[in-house]
Design a protein. Structure first.
Length: 231
């Protein structure tokens, strides 16, 4: 059976309805009530969770200040949400993720500029270390976002239950990648076959779709965050 999606108790269907209602009403008083009661608490918790997950180590700010900045950023984009394009939770999670990555990149660039007065040999070592760490973190952030996107859209990406079952198994491997020591392609195929009971041809078909989607989303991610990663 496909993995049951993790549920949250702070960003619900009511939050989606509240955001739509906020955007439709012209009453300032009503908007303020809707925002304070239904939207602000959801944004606050979302910001808390994403900051803890992303851990933007280069941003020189307290946790509360960064949380406030992110909530302010999301609030300014309330009118950008279109319910026809999906759930508000997915949209604002992606928006928060991109904001934190972009701000962390800015902070990293500032730190790199400040290192220019260091001896050139030492500077190269420091910058290389920071760059490598930053790239690893960026790839980790993107992979987590990609997995979440696929889980949220499995029924749209694949049209039959067999492919969905295979895709769920593949995404499970991606999600638990830190616990897998052997990334041998053959071994992973065997693992998926045992988990799904299906043949290699079924698995290959699904993996090709996920790979193509990965490449598309990564190109979008590069453009949105003005970065170039080494592949």
């Amino acid at each position: 059976m496909p993995r049951k999606k993790k549920q949250n108790n702070y960003f619900t269907k009511i939050t989606d309805i509240a955001i739509s209602a906020y955007n439709k009403t012209e009453s300032t008083a009503t908007r303020e009530k809707v925002y304070r009661r239904f939207i602000y608490p959801a944004f606050l918790k979302l910001a808390e969770n994403l900051i803890n997950k992303v851990k933007p180590t280069y941003i020189d700010s307290t946790f509360l200040d960064l949380q406030t900045d992110l909530v302010t950023y999301l609030t300014a984009r309330l009118d950008k949400f279109n319910p026809e394009n999906g759930k508000a939770y997915s949209y604002y999670t992606r928006t928060s993720f991109n904001y934190l990555i972009a701000e962390n990149q800015k902070a990293y660039n500032k730190l790199k500029q400040g290192a220019q007065e260091i001896n050139i040999d030492e500077q190269r070592n420091i910058i290389t270390e920071l760059h490598n760490d930053d790239m690893q973190e960026t790839l980790e952030y993107f992979m987590n976002a990609y997995i979440e996107y696929c889980y949220d859209n499995l029924n749209y990406i694949f049209s039959n239950s067999t492919d969905i079952h295979v895709a769920d198994s593949v995404l499970h491997i991606f999600e638990t990648r830190e616990n897998i020591e052997d990334f041998n392609k053959k071994a992973l195929y065997i693992f998926i076959r045992e988990r799904t009971g299906l043949q290699t041809t079924n698995i290959t078909r699904v993996i090709k779709v996920l790979k193509r989607l990965y490449e598309e989303k990564f190109r979008e991610y590069e453009q949105e965050n003005f970065i170039k990663l080494p592949f």
